[in-house]
Design a protein around this ligand. Structure first.
Ligand SMILES: [Zn+2]
Length: 412
């Protein structure tokens, strides 16, 4: 009963696990946290010498954490050719041609995959899918490509390398709800909440799904975001090839793309969550089943006039040639999934997505799925068969107007 108040086991203390919200909700009943007061009884027993503190439930933050500030330049570049870097404070010049002028002074805090190295030069792929060169004394080289290791029972979560991909960004806004909620904004907020969960240790009550501040599950080894701070709060255009190259250059254990859906088939008896996996990758399939299972459990605690597709669940989207149609899945080497949590195009589900509580619930579910994916051999559930897709899909290529966010001129 994770939505209800958690009564702590000492019998002396009760606390509400979720703060109530005051914003109006249209046609949606969200679970309400109630505060239970248990009278404190006096006892004549002597105090015990050891005290076991109950786990502290996490609270729903109104906003996820801001992106971290850029680290200082690190001149001890690792020997590895590939990995990822972060633009250091003050920005860094990017060059198409190392003998010509830079094409942009890239904004501090931006993340780039490193695809090549030539002495003190690093070649990166930029957000518009163009290769550019940067001098390494202007960047913080943050991570080399990890060694090979496979996920599953026996693996430590502290070794996991996870890439979180907030869908859309910049002029590519994604779907827009009837009340005007924009998918790219919601996706980024959920992705940041997921990143915050992955970067800290927790304890999970696997019966209820509740996530506590605790130490049973360590922080993931590395967590990267494909849209990280630049100007305007990481609302930047980012090509699909950039996203998958970042994941591949780190040799990530998992790439999770966060989206919300549009164009359902009709009313649905529960949450119509969909998760797409790579057709030829059993680990991607396993991850999709775990995400579907956790999302259904999590979202079922909310009430809405749900909608869905007839084939909702964990599935592939392939063309008549049997090849993955979604570029994120087709191009990436890592076990990858595209998560379509709920329908932002449905007024009732859009209202849910407007709340911090529901966005946190979405992130909580994907977090638990990732912990299970990395540290167990479980398969999840909700797999459905699909027909080859013959409709049109957007290309995912950045628009002709795409540009790398530039560092503002320093004001004297
Ligand atoms: Zn989307």
């Amino acid at each position: 009963m994770r939505r209800l108040c958690l009564i702590l086991a000492l019998g002396l203390l009760a606390t509400a696990c979720r703060a109530g919200s005051t914003e109006p909700v249209t046609a949606v009943q969200r679970p309400v946290a109630t505060t239970t007061t248990i009278p404190v009884t006096t006892t004549t027993e002597p105090p015990t010498t050891t005290t076991t503190l109950p786990p502290t439930p996490t609270t729903v933050p109104e906003q996820p954490s801001a992106d971290p500030p850029p680290p200082p330049p690190d001149r001890s570049i690792p020997a590895a050719m590939m990995g990822a870097l972060v633009i250091a404070e003050g920005g860094a010049d990017l060059f198409f041609d190392r003998t010509a002028d830079p094409y942009v002074r890239a904004h501090e805090g931006l993340v780039f995959p490193v695809i090549e190295r030539d002495d003190e030069w690093l070649q990166v792929l930029d957000q518009c899918n163009d290769p550019g060169w940067v001098l390494f004394d202007e960047v913080a080289f943050s991570a080399a490509r990890r060694d090979d290791s496979r996920v599953g029972a026996g693996m430590e979560f502290s070794d996991a390398v996870v890439v979180v991909d907030p869908g859309h960004g910049g002029p590519n806004v994604g779907a827009v709800g009837p009340a005007g909620l924009v998918e790219k904004v919601v996706n980024l907020d959920i992705a940041r909440r997921l990143r915050d969960l992955l970067r800290r240790p927790h304890t999970v009550d696997w019966e209820s799904g509740e996530i506590f501040n605790g130490s049973a599950i360590p922080a993931a080894g590395q967590v990267w975001m494909t849209r990280q701070e630049g100007p305007e709060g990481a609302d930047i255009e980012t090509g699909l090839t950039f996203r998958t190259t970042l994941s591949d250059s780190l040799n990530a254990h998992a790439l999770v793309s966060i989206h919300n859906n549009a164009a359902p088939d009709g009313p649905f008896e529960g949450p119509g969550s969909e998760v797409y996996y790579k057709v030829a990758d059993l680990e991607s399939k396993r991850l999709s089943g775990l995400v579907v299972e956790e999302l259904r459990q999590e979202f079922s605690a909310f009430e809405a006039a749900w909608v869905g597709a007839d084939d909702a669940g964990a599935k592939v989207r392939v063309g008549t040639d049997g090849v993955d149609l979604y570029g994120i899945l087709r191009q990436s080497d890592a076990p990858s999934v595209i998560v379509e949590g709920v329908y932002i195009s449905n007024e009732s589900e859009e209202a849910l997505l407007g709340t911090a509580e529901f966005r946190q619930a979405y992130a909580d579910a994907v977090y638990r799925a990732l912990v299970r994916f990395v540290t167990t051999d479980e398969d999840g559930s909700g797999f459905v068969d699909t027909e080859p897709f013959t409709g049109g899909l957007s290309s995912g290529r950045p628009a002709g107007t795409c540009s790398v966010p530039a560092q503002p001129e320093a004001t004297p």
